[in-house]
Every structure is written in structure tokens, then in C-alpha cells.
Write a protein that binds this ligand. Structure first.
Ligand code: SIN
Length: 311
């Protein structure tokens, strides 16, 4: 019997597919739809200390090869999402979930995480170190010193399972440096990758989104090779106790298979979920299972990380 079940640390999931933070996860209603689908879990929209309206519209556009967005972290405030995941965890047979968070400053991030630490929530937390769309705020994980200090300060008081959502890195020296930082901490997972930040899409002579004169995060087909490279680079470098979530360019079972082959324990859907809605989880799960059946694999463990090289 072919199974796409997986684990992140001590957390079990019946299916390795879930949404990516930012897609179909802004409201309780959207999150409930994902929960009721074939997805193994959901992650909430990244919650900030206070609710945010985000950037002016248009701020998301689908393209023939994917998408561009500059949402600017619109969200209902972290407490809205914390309340929902805590409520769900207390319902019988609840799936396990991920709560995505970040502050608009280091101080705000600590305020949020201390509130989560003091709450009844026992699930996974994803710290978003990679939003490219807030004007004036660089992607935190591109600054290794700031990232290292932030994680050191967080793990001085935070004892619940916490992972990080990373931006793509593009240089072997940066994979080495980033992994050396992350290996110092008891991370529950790393998630590779957020959108490729600050691309431009143009129609006729004009940008297609309003914020930041058209600059926005790129998702979809454009980013799969970069996502696979980041998943595999971290799979090669991180302590085996840190599982990897693969995100970027997944729109078929074959794409999910490739992420797992590169080392992903779980795979997130972004642009394709925006385009097709929650029914996409069943389609891609069936496609992944068909590939596993054809290859004689019964579980993800049979092929996770077993990417073959030409030498
Ligand atoms: C956004 O809200 O701008 C997208 C979220 C992200 O890229 O982290």
C-alpha cells in the first residue's frame, strides 16, 4: 500500500502535501477548507503583532509561468491565527498544524514568540525570515549575523518546536554559511524556499503589480530549479535532526517527487493552490502515488534524499 505519510520531528502527517504560507490561509474559512482537503496540514498566513492591510492592489498576478506578488504581509494579527490553531488542536483527530509568524522588528518578533510560548498551543511554529515585500525591510535571512543573533535570543526562552522559512540562496558559500548558522540551533525544520524576491513582470510597457514600482516575489515554474537546489543543498549540510520542507514550483506529482528526492520531508503548494484551489491536493497526491507505485516505492523513506549524481 503506497503511503505519502510523513513526519516533522515528533509530528505525524497522513500526507506530505500542504499549503505554503501566504496562499489560501488568510482567514479561518480558508484554513478550514485546507484542513478539510487531502492536504496533510496547513500553515497560517504569517501573523504579525498587529493586523496589517498589506500593500496596495493589484499586488498578486498569475503569469503563464507562475506568479508575482507583493502582498506586504496582510494578516489578521498573530493572535487570530494562534487562537484558531489552538482551538483546532483541542478537537478530536485534529491534524497537526504550522503557525507562521514574524514581527516588524526584532522586539515585535520576541513579543509574539513569548506570547506563543506562554499559550496552550503545542504545535509547530514557522518563523518567516524571508518576506521580500515589506518596503524598507530586508529579508532577514540574507543577513547571517542578524539571523544568528535572533535565533540565539529566541532559543534562550522559546522551548516549543520552531522552524524557519528561508529565502533562496544562490551561492555555495551562502549555503555553507547559512547551514553553519542553522546547525547551531534545535530547529524543528527549515523550509526552502520563499518566493524569489524582487523580480519584475512587464506587460506591454508597464509593470503588472502596484507596490514597489512592480518589484515582487516570483513563484511557480520559474523557481523550481532554485527551490530544488536549496532543498538539496540544505539536505547535504544540515544536521539530520533538522527536516526540510520543500516549497517552490510544485504543480504536479512529479514536482513533489523531485522535492522529496532532493531531501524534503514535506512539500508545500503555493502558486498552483492559488490557481486551482484546495482540490489540487488530491490531484497531486494521486499523481505522486502513481509515480511511487510505478517505481515500487511504498513510502517517502524509500526515495527521500536519494538524488542520483552523474559521477
Ligand atoms: C507577503 O505577504 O508579502 C508574502 C509573504 C512572504 O513572502 O513571506
Amino acid at each position: 500500500m503506497v503511503s505519502t505519510a510523513t513526519k516533522i520531528g515528533t509530528f505525524d502527517f497522513d500526507n506530505c502535501l500542504m499549503n505554503a504560507a501566504g496562499v489560501y490561509c488568510m482567514t479561518r474559512e480558508e484554513l478550514a477548507d485546507i484542513d478539510a482537503s487531502a492536504a496533510g496540514s496547513f500553515v497560517t498566513k504569517t501573523g504579525t503583532l498587529n493586523a496589517r492591510a498589506g500593500n496596495p492592489e493589484p499586488r498578486y498576478v498569475d503569469t503563464s509561468l507562475g506568479s508575482i506578488n507583493s502582498m506586504g504581509l496582510p494578516n489578521h494579527g498573530f493572535q487570530y491565527y494562534l487562537d484558531f490553531v489552538t482551538e483546532l488542536q483541542n478537537t478530536p483527530n485534529s491534524k497537526n498544524h504550522f503557525l507562521s509568524l514574524v514581527g516588524m522588528s526584532e522586539e515585535e518578533t520576541h513579543t509574539i514568540l513569548k506570547a506563543v510560548q506562554d499559550s496552550d498551543y503545542q504545535g509547530l511554529v514557522e518563523l518567516n525570515l524571508s518576506c521580500p515585500n515589506v518596503p524598507g525591510k530586508p529579508q532577514i535571512a540574507y543577513d547571517f549575523e542578524t539571523t544568528e543573533k535572533l535565533l540565539k535570543d529566541i532559543f534562550a526562552y522559546f522551548t516549543k518546536p520552531l522552524g524557519v522559512k528561508l529565502p533562496p540562496y544562490f551561492d555555495i558559500a551562502h549555503f555553507d554559511r547559512a547551514a553553519a548558522v542553522f546547525n547551531q540551533f534545535p530547529l524543528a525544520f527549515v523550509n526552502c524556499i520563499n518566493s524569489i524576491g524582487n523580480g519584475l513582470v512587464i506587460e506591454d510597457e508597464t509593470v503588472v503589480i502596484k507596490p514597489k514600482h512592480g518589484f515582487g516575489g516570483i513563484g511557480g515554474d520559474y523557481i523550481k530549479p532554485t527551490a530544488l537546489a536549496n532543498v538539496h543543498a540544505f539536505y547535504q549540510r544540515l544536521n539530520p535532526t533538522i527536516p526540510i520542507i520543500g516549497t517552490g514550483g510544485v504543480k504536479t506529482g512529479r514536482d513533489a517527487f523531485e522535492h522529496i528526492l532532493c531531501g524534503a520531508s514535506m512539500v508545500q503548494l503555493g502558486t498552483v493552490l492559488h490557481q486551482e484551489g484546495p482540490a489540487v491536493f488530491e490531484r497531486i497526491t494521486n499523481e505522486l502515488k502513481a509515480i511511487m507505485t510505478e517505481k515500487g516505492y511504498e513510502s517517502l523513506d524509500d526515495f527521500r534524499g536519494k538524488l542520483q549524481y552523474l559521477d
